[in-house]
Ligand binder design. Structure first.
Ligand code: SF4
Length: 494
């Protein structure tokens, strides 16, 4: 019998078919997005080692370098010595294995007991963390560890980084000893069940369902859905369709939104259905124009790109704080003249203050400031104001001039090609043919922008890649505000 790793057991807990596919057809996995999750995990793990081993007396069991058997042997040696914290300690039974993020020695009466911690990049304990830790605790006991206690160390969202590499307080511990140890029998059952699945010669027959995205998006969804009937307008294109209503519709064998009886839908969902059946764009010109009259000139169009990191790297910032690193600003005068400005600084320092100063220098004191989904831009302005009180007055005055184009689009424009979305990316090509995010090279959404920025400010990034990222970021953010200008022109009837 081969030992199953903790991640394989967790895969089985989500869906036995997932485990079987991981073992037998790993090439069918769609791992897009896994790289950034892996990077975040590494960042947090590294900081945990600094937090729990400030004197550097601890030891890391490097399984990649040692191999499994040597890693287990080294772990036994380190746990036997009890000289300091042990990171990535190898735990195993005959049927399963895991590596514990942090083992802290608690010397007492000449022996050493251990406190075991799993480090998570979330800001709270999730239900699946408990199972994860229960497996770990079971394997620690099986390995022969004198386990005193165990818990989850997750990101403390109220931590403010004081600088100089001082991350004390970044991790908040939640003790789950009793709960996890009491799950030992269940864990044993999970391991037996997972081993039975692993021994199957054929793929388990399990239909897709809620388990495919809970608690994680399953990387085999593409494989499992390959033979399902595809609708041109699936139910997922109905905005805000709740799970119960969706289930009731699916129970009637309906998979295309055009076939859904009216009585199941809200007014807004029915509008999407009607427009889709008609196959024609609905544009309430008068309503859109009325919503945008009386705002005056010059008209400003503003968009921020932001970065949120679990481990803050700039003094005075918090975990997952949205730190703006770029803005694009278009200006349209009453005579139709258009200007453009931007901020983008790809050095490794905190961009917040220079960005705020440039924004204040470039945006004029008068005229509406158009944004798309104002709550995001408003929260960025509020955070900048809180961090730089001397700039708070003029920054908040900009937010007071915000006019949100998103509700105008939602109330007055819809085309079948939007597939139930009023994001700028969905509305733009429908409202302004010829302009589309599909034409961008490289960076084409906010997440890609944040990842590219992070890559660019890493000192190891090559000069030519740096230049490439800069050009992609400028093009992407400029298109965001240009898209707003074109929508605004269309909605006004210009
Ligand atoms: S996509 Fe769904 S059914 Fe298929 S393996 Fe994943 S969780 Fe199981």
């Amino acid at each position: 019998m081969r030992r199953l790793s903790k991640s394989k057991l967790i895969a089985w807990r989500q869906c036995p078919k997932r485990l079987w596919l991981e073992l037998n057809s790993p090439k069918l996995r769609d791992d897009s997005g896994a790289e950034s999750a892996f990077r975040i995990g590494n960042e947090v793990g590294e900081i945990a080692r600094r937090v729990y081993d400030p004197d550097g007396t601890g030891a890391l069991v490097d399984v990649a370098a040692l191999g499994y058997e040597e890693a287990f042997r080294r772990t036994d040696e380190l746990l036997g010595e009890g000289a300091g914290p042990v990171f990535e300690a190898g735990l195993r039974s005959t049927a399963a294995l895991a590596f514990a993020d942090v083992m802290l020695p608690l010397p007492a009466d000449g022996t050493t007991a251990w406190r075991m911690l799993e480090v998570k990049s979330s800001t709270s304990v999730k239900a699946y963390h408990r199972e994860d830790l229960a497996i770990q605790a079971y394997l620690a006991v099986e390995t022969g560890v004198d386990l005193n206690s165990c818990g989850i160390a997750h990101i403390n969202s109220s931590f403010v980084y004081p600088g100089d590499g001082d991350y004390r307080g970044l991790l908040h511990e939640e003790d789950l000893t009793e709960e996890c140890l009491s799950l030992a029998c269940e864990v044993e059952g999970w391991i037996t069940g997972a081993q039975a699945t692993a021994a199957r010669p054929d793929e388990p027959e399990i239909a897709m369902g809620p388990q495919c995205s809970d608690p994680f998006d399953c990387p085999f969804a593409g494989h499992c859905s390959r033979n399902l009937p595809r609708s041109e307008y699936p139910l997922s294109s109905l905005p805000r369709l709740n799970a119960d209503r969706r289930e009731a519709i699916e129970a009637l064998g309906i998979t295309d939104l055009r076939e859904v009886p009216e009585r199941f839908l809200t007014d807004h969902q029915n509008l999407v259905r009607e427009v889709t059946i008609a196959g024609e764009t609905r544009f309430d010109r008068d309503g859109a124009a009325a919503a945008l009259t009386g705002h005056g000139f010059p008209a400003w169009f503003l968009d921020f790109e932001t970065l949120a990191m679990p481990v803050p790297i700039w003094k005075g910032t918090r975990p997952y704080e949205q730190i703006p690193f770029q803005f694009s600003l278009h200006r349209v005068g009453e005579d139709g003249s258009m200007g453009h400005d931007y901020f983008l600084d790809l050095v490794e320092e905190d961009p917040s203050r220079p960005l705020a100063e440039k924004l204040l220098a470039k945006i004029g004191p008068e005229g509406p400031v158009f944004v798309y989904s104002a709550s995001f831009e408003r929260s960025v302005i509020r955070q900048l104001s809180a961090r730089f009180p001397d700039l708070a007055g003029p920054l908040l005055a900009i937010a007071d001039r915000f006019v949100d184009l998103h509700p105008v689009a939602t109330a007055h424009f819809y085309a079948p090609s939007q597939h139930g979305s009023w994001s700028l990316k969905a509305v733009l090509p429908a409202a302004c043919p010829g302009l589309s995010y599909d034409d961008l090279e490289g960076v084409a959404d906010g997440k890609m922008a944040a990842d590219a920025y992070r890559e660019a400010i890493t000192p190891a990034t090559a000069r030519n890649r740096h230049a490439e990222i800069r050009s992609e970021l400028l093009e992407y953010c400029r298109l965001d505000t240009l898209a707003m200008v074109r929508l605004w022109e269309k909605f006004r009837g210009w």
